[in-house]
Design a protein around this ligand. Structure first.
Ligand code: EPZ
Length: 417
């Protein structure tokens, strides 16, 4: 297993480019199954989660080619409607095939995803949406089986906002007969990008960027070519790297409008941010001020930046509170950050962070994708050497992170295990 060795305390400077958004691309890859023919996706990073989804699509019978940040998916000859345990257990997002398979074949069989490092993560809302559209769901031998001879539009009223369930509901409803109303839909940029992609394919979805979607079912969708949106979480991670290391850096190829909540919190922490059309420059203040955050659905503060912002707060002048309302147990990084001499306590779903003067390098272990990113940030700011093991987690969602950070002055090396 590869490791990172980081020598902290280096000043960063320059511009870092953001890659395409993993969490936008994964559902779009499965949406290509809704049309017969070849779809082409540009601005696709070479990430383990993307490779894993390509594998899932190949099992279903699609031809998938990746070359130079372009992904071609030809779904003309798909005939298999199952996502097996071996794949779903490695990547929960495999559940995204469920809606498109049900819509295309009237049948889908997907291994029941288990829990993961950030919590229990049920899929009841995905299944509820499919049932509302007429599917019969059976769960047996660890698999979810969904069947329907004719999907029919209906009202889907989510009791709680779910990104994944909204995406699956949309993909199930686009070719259902009649009108579907989705209430309390997620309105994350990744959902909007899925809606735009599907509308380009010929779907009729209204209400993007809001929590009420109206879908008028169509009989046919066509394959399309599209650019994928930039990764707002990668962009946010790099902005926090600037704030933590006291460095002025620019983050480019991003969409600042997707980062409003983070930008506001970074300003409250004393940083100055200069916003351009597709780039943000961060200038840290003289000291890091304590700031409280609560993670909530978009456009509020994203759970996927909680670990990284918490790391920033470890060096703040005072105490801050971070409340996690999306995945209440998502604090696996806390014990590792405390190994670097941070002072963090967790009470229920809240982390209480008492700022310290310095972090000290140590050996730590990555536990999930964003926790790994937080440890990299901590390593950049810590005095001395930090070794991070199990970095396969970070390769799921950050493309060449060590190369991008080295290019702006970080001392970070990958040791192949
Ligand atoms: C997506 O996960 C992202 N994953 C996550 O990013 C992200 O943290 C999360 O949305 C929240 O923004 C992908 O896009 C691939 P949810 P998802 O359904 O869709 C509960 C990362 O680090 N819930 O919006 O699985 C759930 O337990 C990852 O890139 C149900 O109760 O998240 C949670 O409390 C990690 N029943 C809340 O809803 C369900 O059927 C929101 O989860 C589904 C979800």
């Amino acid at each position: 297993m590869d490791k990172f060795i980081i020598t902290g305390g280096k000043k960063l400077s320059g511009t870092i480019n953001v890659s395409g958004s993993k969490n936008a691309i994964l559902p779009i890859m499965t949406a290509t199954l809704l049309a017969k023919g070849k779809s082409v996706l540009h601005n696709v990073p070479f990430l383990n989660d993307i490779k894993m989804m390509a594998h899932v699509l190949r099992v279903i019978g699609a031809r998938v080619n990746y070359n130079d940040n372009t992904l071609e998916i030809d779904s003309s000859h798909c005939s298999f409607f199952e996502a097996p345990y071996e794949l779903v257990s490695k990547m929960r997002a495999s559940i995204y095939v469920m809606g498109p398979l049900l819509a295309r074949f009237g049948e889908a069989k997907v291994s029941f995803p288990g829990g993961c490092a950030i919590g229990t993560r049920p899929v009841d809302l995905h299944l509820m949406a499919m049932e509302q559209l007429g599917a019969k769901i059976d769960i047996s031998h660890g698999y979810i089986l969904a069947k329907c001879s004719k999907l029919k539009g209906n009202k889907i009223n989510f009791p709680k906002v779910s990104v994944g369930a909204t995406a699956n509901a949309i993909m199930t409803a686009v070719t259902a007969q009649g009108k579907t109303d989705i209430l309390h839909a997620a309105c994350e940029p990744e959902i909007t990008s899925l809606i735009e992609f599907l509308n380009k394919m010929g779907a009729k979805i209204e209400g993007e960027n809001t929590d009420h979607l109206i879908i008028n079912g169509v009989t046919r969708l066509e394959p399309v070519t599209a650019d994928m949106i930039p990764d707002r979480i990668e962009a946010g991670t790099f902005l926090i790297a600037g704030a933590l290391s006291g460095s002025e850096i620019s983050v480019s190829h991003c969409k600042p409008e997707h980062l409003t909540a983070l930008i506001q919190k970074l300003r409250e922490s004393g940083c100055t941010l200069n916003i351009e059309k597709d780039s943000i420059t961060i200038r840290p203040g003289k000291e890091i001020l304590p700031v409280d955050i609560i993670t909530e659905p978009y456009p509020k503060f994203p759970t996927d930046l909680q670990a990284q912002f918490l790391t920033l707060m470890t060096l703040a002048k005072g105490q801050s509170h971070i409340r996690e309302t999306i995945f209440p147990d998502r604090f696996m990084h806390v014990a590792e950050l405390n190994r670097l001499d941070a002072d963090i306590k967790v009470e229920g779903n809240t982390a209480i962070i008492s700022g310290v003067d310095k972090l000290s390098g140590a050996q730590v272990m990555a536990t999930d994708l964003r926790a790994s990113a937080a440890l990299v940030l901590a390593g950049l700011a810590a005095q001395g050497k930090t070794t991070i093991s199990r970095i396969y987690h970070i390769d799921r969602g950050y493309e060449r992170i060590e190369q991008k950070l080295s290019a702006i002055g970080a001392d970070i090396q990958r040791i192949q295990g």
